[in-house]
Design a protein around this ligand. Sequence first.
Ligand SMILES: [Zn+2]
Length: 429
Amino acid sequence: MQMGTNLPKVGSYNRAVVLEAIQVSDGISRVQIAERAGLTAQTVSVIVRRLLEEGLVFEDGSLPSSGGKPRTILRVDPTAGHAVGIHFDPGEISYVLADLAGQPVARLRTDVRPGLAPGEVIRQMAVTARRMLGEAGVPDGKVLGIGLACPGPLDADGAMHFPPRLTGWDHVPIKRLLEEHTGFPVTLDNDAAAAAIGERWAGLARATPSFAYLYLGTGIGGGLFLDNQIYRGRSLNAGEFGHITVVPDGPECYCGNRGCVEAVCCPSAIEATVRSRLAEGARSTLTGAADSAPGLARTAGDMPDGDAQGAPAGGSVDHSAICAAAAAGDPLAREVIGEVAARLADAAVSIVNMLDIDLLVIGGPAMREVAGFYRQVIADAVATRPLARRLHTARVEVSPLAADAAAIGAASLVFHATYAPRLGALLTS
Ligand SMILES: [Zn+2]
């Protein structure tokens, strides 16, 4: 629970503390808000009255209290505002229309046609977002904005810089262009940070002060909430867990480092490992299973240096087929996924040692059928290897937001940017 302050000139901060306290609870009374946020009963009462008048929260029955009068339960009104969340992945674009409680009202996916110019891709995003709002009957006045989750690195002005799996997207001011095309404010973040914010607003980290999100998508990234604040770092690129070295002298990564988690654990690296072992004669049901299951879409240049490990060209055993085969007991798929889980666990132990967090969430579109297996291997490592394990053990959980984590997170970016209490705001005059 975020703590408020009873000093003057911090009204908007306290308002955000109260609103967030209501959102992250499953029903809360004014007295409970005051106790948990360290605010006076009078301050909470004044703020709640305004939130009720603005229609952002509503009273939902009451709970009996010991001795005193019954306590009225407060909840955020989901219909008070909406946001469109867009997750721009090199392979596809996912859209979610979410209500103020972060619950998806509508979902949509479109492919990214290889070679399409950035301006045209952004124009199509705008058209699709507008269409979703129209079909759902959400008027412009109820739209708080558009949240956009993109592959990093991103800069503070909302431009993409040399995203690793997209060609022609260098220095593209995607935030400004999408604002021009839609007429709505756009809040931009990288996909993993967006997923973390979604987990905070609408997922299983709603009441957890410090947690990390390990995001498995086309690449591997992360997001950080420390002491109830999102932590972004000097250039908005904190939490790049995918570039922790887990294989000394391992394959080169496009980032310039060697043996990164991403270089050995991302879907294209898993595919390359399986193909390489098939070529060496490993037994597997995956032999000849090519083309039977569509996987994560791949773009030209998808496999940088990590692919050059002797993997034969032409094999089309894809990541989704490998995960399905591992879940079905295929020996090669299980072996490779087991190695991947062990390397993810190595990274998780480093993350927990570094940050001393309460919770590690794992999620993203590359979790597929092996999510439970990854969770178990990582949880076992986090319970037995970090230095502070005897004092407390970080929980490891799979995101309930599943493959839409980044898109729901993108919508939550808007709610978070609009309503979340930020300590930085207190320090500016
Ligand atoms: Zn790297």
